[in-house]
Design a protein around this ligand. Structure first.
Ligand code: ARG
Ligand code: GLU
Length: 723
């Protein structure tokens, strides 16, 4: 990062200079998400920026570091332990899918929220897991020795795979925990991650959507922000405090390390850290690959999703049942849709492609001085590989979003198993028995499926695919479209009126009476035809090009990143995010890149109440919250005459950091990360310190909602509050 050449030499000047230095550090954001086990190398900088803890309290290998209070929540979020009883804090949107599974029109937790009254009241969440990272170790020198950098991936992979398997086994034996070896820096480093995954997780607290998703998709990926995006769960363990399958008699996990909560606030410029699991970043890709994101993939996704979301929302607004079916799905689809738009805007404002190209010119000049003989050819080869794949990537993306974005066609994947049963030569009785079981296994899908809604999506997306992919669409599509007189509505009606997949009862009925002679009914099913013909076309015309490109790119990117690491004499390079535990650090910091004062760094309950719109699904403030505000019933969580709701900081975060704790200089919890501002989402490719920020809920708003809104002060009693 910033190297400050100072000319401070004596007395007063030293003091003045340190002040200036302090200001300089304080006002500079710090790009990067670092492996906790490497923080020692950052100790001086961390201290200069404000850290008031030895770094080995953030992480150490002996089990007492703060890393033991951070969990991978589910498959893609972060959570933190905030009491010795295994209480987990994470985002509302991270618990959303789980809570959907627990909700019904009678128990509508989205409308009413849920706060357990005691331990017994907590609801088991089948399928949900949390993973603790106990230790990480750099094992590069056990994985790559003897392998020439330029060894082709097929040969390299099989050797590495065997070494990884052996090493994981060894670590598992020695630790009695899970061990996973993962590549970092595009396969130039390997680390083993020793972890424990708990499987009995229960729901403890979930504010209604009027708080937890307040602002909805309108305010998603945006600042200012007013969402109480939090929920609480609890880890349960067996009698030995170790992971155990769900059992009513399991005990709350006893945590020796958990985060204390600082309730006295913070101010702009204060040092902060975000500790969590960023999922994916691609900071070091070439301009050619970035071009694919910017000019091909993002635009195709945005176009398809704009249409789909409009249709889903129309049906959801008209019918609460459809709302409940589609709310989690819509949140997911809308999240990407809006993020990519912000990303494109940010990349454009930053002239990201030009910047990359300038860096590549500098790289090319440096490459001539490098000892690696292949270095000069890397960028030309990356360019050649990318350009020859551009077209296949576009067509593939159209299939992913426009065709497989239609749920009925996507269900073809499930039909594949049905078709396989007919091919297996079962007796009629065994056939129908197996098919019935398969149909029952699809109940989860139909619980959240509405064929009328999906049919409208078919009508909107299929024409894009046909138009954009022209000749490269399956014959079946051309014929079926022609048979309906090129009338998309007629085609859609024909498909949804006859397909077995359009309704669970049709599929179940078919399965119950199926005989081997019925195979033609299945093979001719339009959903099966639509799915299998596009899958075949993809396999033949597209996948080989994409697969070839992927292999080539992996190889070249590994060498490219290896060269970049050699070039990086100051060790500024951090490994791209890969859903492993990372620490980012920065400051509480507002956002006013254009010097407009309208962007501040904090929002308040007053702002929430001002936004209240009873007619809007996204901006309807719950009556009880309004009353609390009107009566100024803020309890201990008051700051001035209000409750702080959200704040901005300049820590480098990515998707997966949702639910990550925001810590102060003492490692105490001050907030809960949940988002980034619109143009700042480009930080997955390019971190611009002027625009990239992370958005968090203030911990005092969380506690206020738990106590005053949810009436669950028993939860606050188990936390450790500090000033
Ligand atoms: N943008 C945030 C993230 O990527 C929040 C998403 C949930 N909120 C929503 N309105 N869809 O997870
Ligand atoms: N909301 C994101 C998530 O689910 C985190 C915010 C981000 O991507 O910055 O992880």
């Amino acid at each position: 990062m910033l190297i400050v050449k100072n000319s401070c030499f004596i007395g007063l000047k030293i003091a003045l200079c340190s002040l200036a230095l302090l200001f300089f550090f304080n006002s500079q954001s710090k790009e990067g998400m670092w492996i906790p086990a490497t923080l020692k190398a950052h100790e001086n900088e961390l201290k200069a920026m404000g850290l008031d803890l030895p770094v080995d309290q953030l992480y150490n290998a002996s089990g007492t570091g703060l890393n033991n209070a951070i969990v991978l929540f589910g498959r893609g979020c972060t959570g933190e332990i905030i009491s010795s009883n295994g209480l987990i804090l994470t985002n509302h949107h991270c618990g959303y899918g789980t809570v959907q599974g627990l909700s019904s029109t009678e128990k509508d937790y989205f409308a009413n929220g849920f706060f357990a009254k005691d331990f017994k009241d907590e609801i088991p969440c089948g399928g949900l897991t949390v993973t603790f990272i106990r230790r990480m170790e750099n094992v590069t020198d056990k994985i790559v020795p003897g392998l020439a950098d330029t060894l082709q991936d097929a040969a390299r992979d099989s050797i590495i795979k065997a070494r990884i398997a052996g090493l994981e086994k060894e670590f598992e034996m020695n630790t009695g925990m899970d061990a996973t070896v993962k590549p970092f820096y595009e396969g130039n480093q390997y680390w083993v991650i020793i972890s424990e995954t708990y499987k009995d997780i229960r729901l403890v607290g979930f504010p209604p959507n009027g708080i937890g998703t307040f602002g909805g998709d309108d305010e998603n990926w945006a600042w200012p922000r007013h969402t109480g995006d939090f929920s609480m769960f609890r880890v349960y363990a067996g009698a030995d405090n170790k992971p155990a399958a769900y059992a009513a008699g399991n005990k709350p996990y006893h945590a020796t390390t958990f985060l204390p909560i600082n309730t006295s606030g913070y101010k702009e410029g204060d040092f902060t850290m975000v500790y969590g699991f960023p999922g994916t970043t691609m900071e070091y890709i070439s301009s050619f690959e970035l071009n694919q994101v910017y000019n091909i993939v993002d635009p195709i996704n945005i176009d398809a999703r704009t249409k789909k979301l409009k249709i889903w929302s129309k049906h959801m607004n008209a019918n609460r049942e459809v709302f409940l079916k589609y709310t989690a799905k819509r949140a997911g689809v809308a999240n990407g849709w809006k993020k990519w738009q912000g990303e494109i805007k940010g990349l454009k404002m930053n002239k990201a492609l030009d910047k990359k190209q300038a860096e590549e010119l500098a790289f090319a000049a440096w490459a001539k001085t490098d000892t690696g003989s292949y270095t000069t050819s890397l960028l030309p080869e990356l360019e050649k590989a990318a350009k020859s794949a551009d077209d296949a990537i576009a067509r593939d993306q159209h299939i992913r979003e426009d065709v497989l974005g239609i749920e009925l066609i996507q269900q073809g994947v499930a039909l594949e198993k049905f078709v396989a049963c007919f091919r297996a030569g079962f007796s009629d009785a065994a056939l129908s028995d197996t098919l019935k079981k398969l149909a029952t296994g699809l109940a989860w899908f139909y619980k959240n499926y509405d064929a009328e809604t999906d049919k409208d999506v078919f009508e909107a997306l299929m024409p894009i695919y046909l138009a954009k992919c022209g000749d490269d669409v399956p014959d079946y599509y051309k014929k079926a479209y022609a048979a309906s007189g090129e009338h998309i509505k007629k085609w859609a009606n024909a498909v949804y009126d006859s397909s077995l997949v359009a309704s669970l009862s049709r599929l179940t009925e078919f399965s119950a009476h199926a005989r081997n002679s019925d195979s033609t009914r299945l093979i001719n099913d339009p959903a099966w035809q639509l799915y299998s013909s596009v899958a075949a076309l993809r396999k033949q015309n597209i996948t080989p090009a994409i697969e070839g490109y992927r292999q080539k790119k992996r190889y070249l990117n590994r060498l490219y990143e290896n060269a970049l690491l050699r070039k990086d004499k100051e060790h500024k390079m951090y490994p791209d995010a890969n859903l492993t535990l990372r620490l980012a650090y920065g400051h509480v910091q507002g956002l006013d890149p254009d010097g407009k004062p309208k962007y501040s760094w904090q929002t308040w309950l007053k702002d929430v109440v001002e936004l209240d719109d009873p007619k809007s699904e996204s901006f309807k403030v719950p009556a009880k919250l309004k009353t609390l505000y009107e009566q100024k019933d803020f309890g201990r969580w008051k700051a001035g005459d209000d409750v702080p709701v959200a704040f901005l900081a300049d820590n480098h975060t990515a998707g997966g950091n949702s639910g990550s704790p925001v810590l102060n200089k003492k490692g105490e919890l001050i907030g809960l990360n949940f988002d980034r501002p619109y143009e700042g989402t480009m930080s997955d490719y390019l971190f611009d310190p002027n625009r990239c920020r992370n958005i968090s809920v203030d911990i005092r708003y969380v506690l206020f909602v738990v106590e005053k809104f949810g009436g669950a002060s028993w939860l606050i009693d188990e936390m450790k509050l500090v000033n």
